[in-house]
Ligand binder design. Structure first.
Ligand code: ADP
Ligand code: MG
Length: 291
């Protein structure tokens, strides 16, 4: 395509709310045949809310939320924001206790010291059995397609927090329209299989990979590319940054983390998934599909 065509397409892209890092992004978008979607914050709004707190026997629900909220306060993850917001609301003075040794592990969870205790909030570990009340809380959350995380103090599981999320209204039509353009949608998430399947069903995606680590996301992209596919990844999180960078084309949600936006070739400034479809149609129309 000519420089004029690129410039025109870039300008149209900006109008659609699609920010391009350079002309190569357009060229590559044109040839994409597979789109790997992240779930939380991408197909869903990522504006999560805490819907349930379950303590183990002998533990206090309010105390678990206070400790979990304190460590999550430093997290950029939608789960962390939901937990911290709920904890602040529940606190009498709206204040959370101070945290030292804060650590966030993408795709896993957060930890820190609060009131002399080591507090961890993160993904349920399949290899660690939970007390019955907590296992039941996990099962209940999963049956309702919610995301559930485990709270540990000093190495002991003391509670389960269930958070709910909402689908972006544009996700389902965007997935359908991409399929119609011959682009295969795949869902890859760090969340559990139940929440993953529920979202996949709602948006109309058949291929689902759940409980995938950030490195695992990169591996899936590498495998697809080895099969000769031209792969775009759409994500928002720190956990998506490596996969975004390793794809033929990385697309970040404008509401996403700096890490995701920095790793991507394209940013969706409006939170509208259908802008991706419009951008693909635009490149095919203006740049031509045959090189
Ligand atoms: P996704 O791919 O859906 O965006 P992530 O890879 O970010 O999910 O996270 C995978 C899992 O790791 C979450 O479902 C959760 O169990 C756990 N996790 C990640 N960040 C946090 C956090 N800040 N607090 C609690 N759990 C977390
Ligand atoms: Mg995400």
């Amino acid at each position: 395509a000519t420089p004029t065509a690129f410039m025109a397409a870039t300008g149209r892209g900006a109008q659609l709310g699609v920010l391009l890092r350079g002309p190569e992004a357009l060229e590559r978008l044109q040839h994409i045949d597979t789109v790997v979607f992240d779930k939380t914050g991408t197909l869903t709004t990522g504006r999560m809310t805490l819907v349930d707190t379950t303590p183990t026997a002998g533990e206090d629900e309010a105390e678990i939320l206070r400790l979990a909220g304190a460590v999550e306060y430093g997290s950029e993850h939608p789960i962390g924001r939901a937990v911290a917001a709920a904890a602040r609301q529940a606190a009498k003075d709206g204040q959370l206790p101070p945290v030292t040794d804060f650590r966030a592990v993408p795709g896993v969870g957060v930890s820190g010291r609060v009131d002399g205790r080591e507090v961890v909030v993160g993904r349920p570990r399949p290899d660690t059995p939970l007390p019955d009340t907590l296992q039941q809380a996990l099962d209940r959350a999963h049956a309702a397609a919610r995301t559930a995380v485990v709270v540990e103090t000093d190495g002991r599981p003391v509670g389960v927090l269930a958070v709910g999320d909402t689908l972006r209204p544009s996700s389902r039509p965007a997935v359908r329209q991409l399929s119609e353009l011959g682009i295969e949608p795949i869902l890859v998430t760090g969340d559990g299989p139940a929440a993953a399947r529920a979202v996949a069903e709602q948006v109309g995606i058949d291929e689902v990979h759940a409980e995938v680590t950030p490195e695992g996301k990169t591996d899936i992209v590498a495998k697809l590319r080895e099969e000769g596919r031209r792969v775009a990844v759409i994500g928002d999180g720190v956990n998506d940054a490596a996969a975004l960078a390793s794809a033929d084309l990385g697309i970040a949600m404008g509401s996403g983390t700096d890490a995701a936006i920095g790793a991507a070739d394209i940013t969706l400034v409006r939170e509208d998934m259908q802008a991706v479809v419009a951008a693909v149609q635009l490149t095919r129309r203006t740049l031509g599909t045959i090189r």
